[in-house]
Design a protein around this ligand. Structure first.
Ligand code: ATP
Ligand code: MG
Length: 229
């Protein structure tokens, strides 16, 4: 069985329909180099979450249509897949526990591993500014954190598992530009270390991406850097 080592993604002429005759993705063809930062944007209903769901194997794609480091996703062992592919969901689930426990999520990680992940996610500074640092209880659902801080914490949680690929579904279409910039800077700084595919509602959210793919009614309408679109 193949392994995900570098984090390259190849999508080969992918079509997808949830219901017979109602195709929602048309001929998606993409090659994402290991360590690069890709943004996916498009109007509501354009297929962004569907594409992410297929990359995450929530739904089966045509066999061989999606490959990670050359291996068809469906041929990767579940445990290995979960260890190598991280997800920062739209609404991260936060425990009513400390920052540390929210990053570790039951995994046996020492303080150094937790801090390394938090620093990489740009979450370390706001965590140490809390009155008990990493031991500060975050409250029910992370009640005492801002939307941006929750997302950074979720990025730290994903990075603590040392994934090769990180998928990110942008928090909400209503995030403020301050939050947008904080998350943006964190993602841009991870370039080269992990492959990032980030879904965004606005082009500005993925300004720093190496390449932005614009979906329109399930098709790639255009692709390029921020200034080119
Ligand atoms: P948004 O920006 O609102 O999150 P999106 O780009 O993520 O939109 P998708 O959720 O991928 O869009 O939806 C693409 C199309 O697939 C839409 O027409 C949607 O109605 C349809 N769709 C999504 N999920 C399902 C499902 N589980 N069953 C059937 N159709 C679905
Ligand atoms: Mg969506």
């Amino acid at each position: 069985r193949g392994e995900v080592t570098a984090g390259g993604i190849a999508i080969d002429h992918l079509d997808f329909e949830y219901l017979p005759g109602r195709r929602v993705l048309h001929d998606i063809d993409l090659k994402i180099a290991p360590g690069s930062f890709y943004g996916i944007v498009g109007h509501t209903g354009s297929g962004k979450s569907t594409l992410l769901s297929l990359l995450l194997r929530f739904y089966p794609a045509r066999p061989g249509a999606i490959r990670l480091d050359g291996t068809p996703v469906e041929a990767i062992a579940e445990g290995h897949f979960r260890a190598r592919v991280g997800l920062v969901p739209q609404e991260p689930f936060l425990l009513a526990a400390s920052a540390r426990e929210n990053i570790a999520m039951g995994r046996p990680l020492d303080q150094q591993q937790i801090e390394t992940a938090a620093r990489a996610a740009h979450a370390h500074d706001f965590i140490v500014a809390l009155e008990q640092g990493y031991d500060t209880p975050l409250g029910e659902g992370g009640a005492r954190l801002s939307v941006g801080q929750k997302q950074l914490l979720a990025i730290a949680r994903a990075l603590a598992g040392q994934p090769r690929i990180l998928f990110l579904d942008e928090a909400t279409s209503h995030i403020d530009s301050e939050t947008e910039q904080v998350v943006q800077r964190a993602l841009a700084a991870l370039r080269g270390q992990v492959t990032i595919v980030a879904i965004a509602h606005r082009l500005s959210t993925v300004r720093e991406a190496d390449r932005i793919v614009v979906l329109n009614q399930g098709r790639i309408a255009e692709a390029g850097r921020h200034g080119e679109l």
